[in-house]
Design a protein around this ligand. Structure first.
Ligand SMILES: CC(C)(COP(=O)(O)OP(=O)(O)OC[C@H]1O[C@@H](n2cnc3c(N)ncnc32)[C@H](O)[C@@H]1OP(=O)(O)O)[C@@H](O)C(=O)NCCC(=O)NCCS
Length: 168
């Protein structure tokens, strides 16, 4: 979804060869990171219930995103971009591809949890049309509550047009 030739990264399907680099980025981003085993195990889950993507730059993985698919709902489980590569549109490209892919699969709604003080992520989710709707008490290992956000009708033609406009 990123424009070839204008960005030095591309969005591709997550595979076994990416696990170590994804885990290394996750460990840089999160004080309580997902384990490498968890990232490996995600590859063994039936592909009908998961959608994982990575952003690849010249030196390897620079970002990743993964969603759980349940019926017509997607749940964004994780998204991260290598700190030195942030603010270059990598997460935006991951989200554009993720949303277009899951809309094609017939999913309708998407949800996620985010720390209420994660202004960078919240700003991005709002640009994609996610809106706050609920709180998960003590969701994070340090006891912080999570803000729940939802996006609806992601398979509508209006939302498809919105994604195309964001990608242009
Ligand atoms: C959130 C995160 C994935 C964004 O990745 P990124 O590649 O830097 O984001 P992009 O460059 O694609 O920016 C997309 C939008 O996100 C928002 N954004 C990203 N970084 C931001 C920042 N530092 N401050 C404010 N808004 C920011 C902006 O709305 C931006 O749109 P804009 O470029 O038009 O302003 C990245 O900061 C990250 O990995 N954070 C740590 C992990 C995390 O918090 N994951 C989300 C868990 S819910």
């Amino acid at each position: 979804m990123n424009k070839p030739g204008t960005n030095d990264f591309q969005i591709v399907a997550y595979g076994r060869e990416h696990v170590k680099q994804v885990f290394a980025i996750e460990a840089e981003l999160n004080p309580e990171p997902w384990s490498e085993q968890l990232f490996t195990d995600e590859l063994t889950v039936p592909e009908t219930s998961r959608h994982w993507l990575v952003a690849l730059g010249p030196e390897g993985v620079v970002g990743y995103a993964g969603s759980m698919l349940i019926g017509t709902e997607a749940h964004l489980m994780n998204i991260g971009v290598k700190p030195t590569q942030q603010r270059r549109g990598i997460a935006k490209s991951l989200m554009l591809t993720m949303l277009a892919d899951i809309a094609r699969k017939g999913l309708v709604d998407m949800t996620l949890e985010v720390r209420p003080d994660n202004t960078a992520a919240i700003s991005m989710y709002q640009k994609f049309g996610f809106a706050p709707n609920g709180v998960r008490k003590a969701y994070y290992p340090d006891g912080q509550d999570a803000m729940i956000m939802w996006l609806h009708d992601l398979n509508s033609s209006a939302y498809g047009d919105r994604l195309k406009e964001m990608a242009s």
